[in-house]
Ligand binder design. Structure first.
Ligand code: TXA
Ligand code: MG
Length: 324
C-alpha cells in the first residue's frame, strides 16, 4: 500500500476546486453526500478506481455507484426506462441509486461496473458533493469512505480515522444528514426491484411508481438478496484456470508481469507487464471480456501475488473459475 499525504480540505470554493482537480488527475478524494461520506475517484479512469479498492482494503471488487451532478448527465451514462425516469425526476438529487443498462455513450470504466452491462447511477443531494462533481465534470465512483469491514463514515473525522495516509484528500462538509447509504433499485427490465434498502423509504418509491416493488434482482425469485451476495459480476463463458504456467492449445493466456508464459495461445493479454497490481485490477474485467471468445475453452491465468489488490484480483478470478 503506497502512502499518500492526505490533504484536509474545507468546503470553501478554492478547496472544492482543489478536490475537483485532484479527482480529475486520478487521485482519491473523500467528500460528503447526504447519506454517508464517499471515497471518490474518476469513474472513467480504471487505475484511479482500482485505487479505491486498495485504499479501502476491499478483498473483492463490487460494482460501484457512479455519482453525477445532474439527471441530464446521468442520461449520458445509462438508459432510463419510463419507470426509471419517473423515479429520477421524483427523487434526484437524493438518496436513491438506480441500476440501469449502460448507455452506448457510457464512459464508466469496466472495473467500476465489475464488467457488467449495467451501471449504478446517483445524483446526490449535498451542496459539497454537487460542487465537487461539477468541478470534476465526469462521473465519480464512490463507495462509502471507510476501511473494509468498518462502518460507514458520517463525519470527516471518521474518514480520517480510517483512511488518513491512504487517500489524497478529505473534504470536510460537516456531519451527513441521512446517515445510511442510498436505496438501490434495479430498473433493468419491466420491473423495478429493490436491491438494497436505504435512505429513501419503500413507501415513497411505491407511491411514485403506483405499484409494489419487486424484491431482489430480476429472475432471482422473491427472496431478498444482500448487496455483496448479488450475482452481479461479469462471468466469462470460458473456464478460468488459475496459477497457470502456460496456455494449452485451446486456451487464452492472461499474463501478469514480464515474460510471455510460453505456449502458443490463440489470444493473449497481459494484466500488467510491469507487475503493477493497481494496473492489473484496472485491466481485469476488460481483459476477461476480450479473451472470452467462442473458440476459447479456458482462460489460463498467470500466478498473481496475493498481497494488496492481488487478493481482490485472485478472489474475482476464483469466482469466475467457480461460477458455472
Ligand atoms: O449512499 C450511498 O449509496 C453511498 C454514497 C457514498 O453515495 N455509496 C455506497 O456505495 O454505498 P457502495 O459501493 O458501498 O454500494 C454500492 C452497491 C454495491 O454493493 C452493489 O451491490 C450495488 O451498489 N451495485 C452497483 N452497481 C451495480 C450493478 N450494476 N448491479 C447491481 N448492483 C450494483
Ligand atoms: Mg459500504
Amino acid at each position: 500500500m503506497t502512502h499518500r499525504n492526505t490533504l484536509h480540505l474545507g468546503s470553501d470554493p478554492s478547496s472544492l476546486a482543489t478536490a475537483g482537480r485532484i479527482l480529475a488527475e486520478g487521485g482519491l478524494v473523500s467528500f460528503p453526500t447526504e447519506t454517508v461520506y464517499g471515497l471518490g475517484a474518476d469513474a472513467t479512469n480504471g487505475r484511479a478506481v482500482a485505487g479505491i479498492y486498495e485504499a479501502k482494503g476491499r478483498p473483492r471488487f463490487n460494482p460501484l455507484i457512479a455519482h453525477l451532478a445532474s439527471f441530464e448527465l446521468a442520461r449520458g451514462q445509462g438508459v432510463f426506462s419510463p419507470a426509471a425516469e419517473r423515479l429520477a425526476r421524483a427523487f434526484w438529487p437524493g438518496p436513491l441509486t438506480l441500476v440501469v443498462p449502460k448507455a452506448p455513450t457510457c464512459t464508466v470504466s469496466e472495473i467500476a461496473t465489475a464488467g457488467l452491462d449495467s451501471v449504478a447511477l446517483r445524483v446526490p443531494d449535498h451542496p459539497v458533493a454537487h460542487a465537487v462533481l461539477e468541478a470534476v465534470g465526469r462521473p465519480v465512483a464512490a463507495p462509502s469512505a471507510n476501511r473494509s469491514g468498518h462502518v460507514s463514515a458520517t463525519t470527516a473525522a471518521h474518514v480520517a480515522a480510517d483512511l488518513d495516509g491512504r487517500i489524497d484528500a478529505i473534504v470536510d462538509g460537516g456531519a451527513t444528514q441521512v446517515g445510511v447509504e442510498s436505496t438501490i433499485l434495479s430498473c433493468l427490465g419491466d420491473r423495478v426491484a429493490m436491491l438494497r434498502p436505504g435512505g429513501l423509504s419503500r413507501d415513497m418509491i411505491e407511491d411514485v411508481l403506483g405499484l409494489a416493488l419487486a424484491e431482489g434482482p430480476e429472475g432471482a425469485g422473491d427472496e431478498p438478496v444482500a448487496p455483496g451476495m448479488l450475482a452481479s459480476h461479469y462471468a466469462p463463458r470460458a473456464h478460468v484456470r488459475l496459477d497457470a504456467e502456460e496456455a494449452g492449445p485451446d486456451e487464452a493466456w492472461l499474463g501478469f508481469g514480464p515474460g510471455g508464459g510460453g505456449g502458443q495461445p490463440r489470444v493473449a493479454a497481459n494484466l500488467s507487464p510491469n507487475g503493477d497490481l493497481t494496473e492489473a485490477a484496472a485491466n481485469l474485467f476488460g481483459m476477461l471480456r476480450l479473451l472470452d471468445r467462442a473458440d476459447i475453452h479456458a482462460i489460463a491465468v498467470a500466478p498473481i501475488p496475493g498481497e494488496g489488490l492481488g487478493e481482490a484480483i485472485r478472489d474475482r478470478l476464483a469466482r469466475a473459475a467457480a461460477e458455472r
